[in-house]
Design a protein around this ligand. Structure first.
Ligand code: FAD
Length: 435
């Protein structure tokens, strides 16, 4: 029998990216009890994998750190990592949510000293860096992870290396007996903030992501710039480790395409404009490095327009109005060759680049139809604000492809709906007691 925790005045938040964190903290700072579930071993979601934020180009760590501080200071939020919802029963004001928690094999005693990783040789795929390398099977999720606690990959359990890791830990933090756990959570309202995932680039056959090493995605490009990333912060071509100085960005890679994602992912134009600025950061303003952005139309609005104008004024960034028809590889040197027609003048081109970055589309990481509880979503699977969804409210990129600012606004709105629901529950209970 699973443990049952919380009450129908509790707000359950699923997903601890910037949206889930925002919703949880706003609700808790209004005095509500909140349970925050995160499937990964650390919070922060995809923002923690970005190198810089547009439009100010500051480091995402700042924004996340403020939220971590708020989280640590607020006893009303209970964070449970490595946890996923398996079932939702009940209705608005009275939900029972079943949750599965995976074992971490490392307890709260961990000081993140790293001694366990030193005695482990087994490696696993580095999911934080989009599998562009490997990490030890005893690892910290990433350098700024919260909680700052190691974990052991399940594949290590039962091996002599797991025993060695336990033996070397001075803090008695390694618990090889940890098991999967089931939990039942009572909640009056649920905020679903499971965010987005990149579209599978291999499905866009014409761009050769699965065939050519020097075709990568925009999310991988972000990780390359990070000094803790797979290339130590250098823009190196995957095929031969050569510096990438002539880089093509293909917009709408998967988005606005009936064969892939019919919606506009909205962020990709700003993401590529931002990433074009990484070249001068990497190589200096006077270098020969250049970016070419192949676009259908550039979609930036409001305050982002200024950022666009600034990048446009940079003579090292070229804009080519064209839906790229195909990408092929020059087998003699690993260059990528982009074919298409520049619609400003209708010139055919076959342009050589060191590296090609696909501005990959964003899709919901959990489509509405897959959320237990009959949630209504739009045709792309983003959660809609719909009365039939009861008190399950989408927040951030679970509800649309949004930048961080708009994701936080959407999360605050979701927190308000959830607060209103649990307030109604509390009032109804008081009335019953009074009768
Ligand atoms: C290439 C690129 C660059 C970008 N750069 C910028 C930028 O510079 N500035 C900007 O404002 N925006 C940028 N964005 C957009 C930004 O990434 C999003 O706005 C942000 O990630 C939205 O946060 P979120 O919390 O809604 O979703 P996410 O970041 O996806 O977080 C969702 C969280 O939910 C968790 N989760 C998922 N499924 C489950 C589950 N079943 N159970 C429990 N937890 C779950 C995830 O592990 C994650 O922690 C960029 C996007 C792309 C594609």
């Amino acid at each position: 029998m699973a443990d049952v925790i919380a009450s129908n005045e509790t707000i359950l938040v699923v997903g601890a990216g910037i949206s889930g964190l925002t919703a949880a903290l706003e609700a808790a700072e209004c005095g509500k009890q909140v349970i925050l579930l995160e499937k990964n071993p650390a919070i922060g979601g995809r923002v923690s994998q970005l190198y810089r934020y547009f439009p100010k180009l500051c480091k995402p760590a700042c924004g996340l750190e403020i939220n971590v501080r708020r989280l640590k200071a607020n006893p009303r939020v209970r964070l449970i990592t490595m946890a996923e919802v398996t079932a939702i029963d009940g209705q608005a004001g009275d939900y029972t949510v079943s949750v599965h928690i995976r074992p971490r094999f490392v307890n709260e005693n961990c000081t993140a000293c790293g001694a366990c990783a030193e005695v482990v040789n087994q490696e696993i795929e580095d999911t934080f860096n989009y599998n562009m390398g490997t990490v030890k099977a005893a690892y910290l999720p990433h350098n700024a992870a919260y909680p700052q606690r190691y974990l052991l990959d399940p594949s290590l359990i039962g091996s002599p290396e797991a025993q060695a890791a336990k033996a070397v830990c001075k803090y008695d933090a390694i618990d090889l007996e940890m098991q999967d756990e089931q939990l039942q959570i009572k909640a009056g309202a649920i905020i679903w903030a499971t965010g987005w995932k990149p579209y599978d680039a291999a499905k866009i056959q014409a761009y050769g992501y699965d065939r050519f090493e020097n075709v990568i995605t925009s999310v991988e490009f972000e990780r390359m710039m990070d000094k803790y990333g797979p290339t130590g912060g250098r823009l190196l071509r995957p095929s031969d480790g050569k510096e990438a100085r002539n880089i093509a960005f293909i917009q709408c890679a998967g988005s606005r395409d009936q064969n892939h994602l019919p919606h506009c992912s909205r962020i990709c134009c700003m993401a590529s404009l931002k990433q074009s600025t990484y070249l001068s950061e990497q190589y200096g303003q006077d270098s020969d490095a250049r970016a070419s952005i192949y676009y259908i139309d550039i979609r930036v609005i409001d305050r982002f327009e200024d950022f666009y104008r600034k990048v446009q004024a940079d003579e090292k960034v070229h804009f080519i109005k064209s839906k790229v028809a195909s990408v092929v590889e020059d087998s003699s040197n690993g260059d990528v060759i982009l074919h298409g027609v520049n619609t400003e003048g209708y010139h055919r081109y076959a342009n050589h680049h060191d590296l090609c970055v696909l501005a990959i589309g964003m899709q919901p990481s959990v489509p509405a139809s897959k959320i237990n509880g009959g949630i209504r979503g739009d045709s792309s699977g983003f959660i809609e604000l719909d009365i039939n969804n009861g008190a399950i409210f989408g927040a951030g990129c679970a509800s649309n492809a949004l930048d961080v600012n708009r994701a936080a606004q959407s999360a605050t709105a979701a927190a308000l709906y959830a607060i209103q629901t649990v307030n109604r529950v509390a009032r109804a209970e008081q009335t019953m007691i009074g009768e």
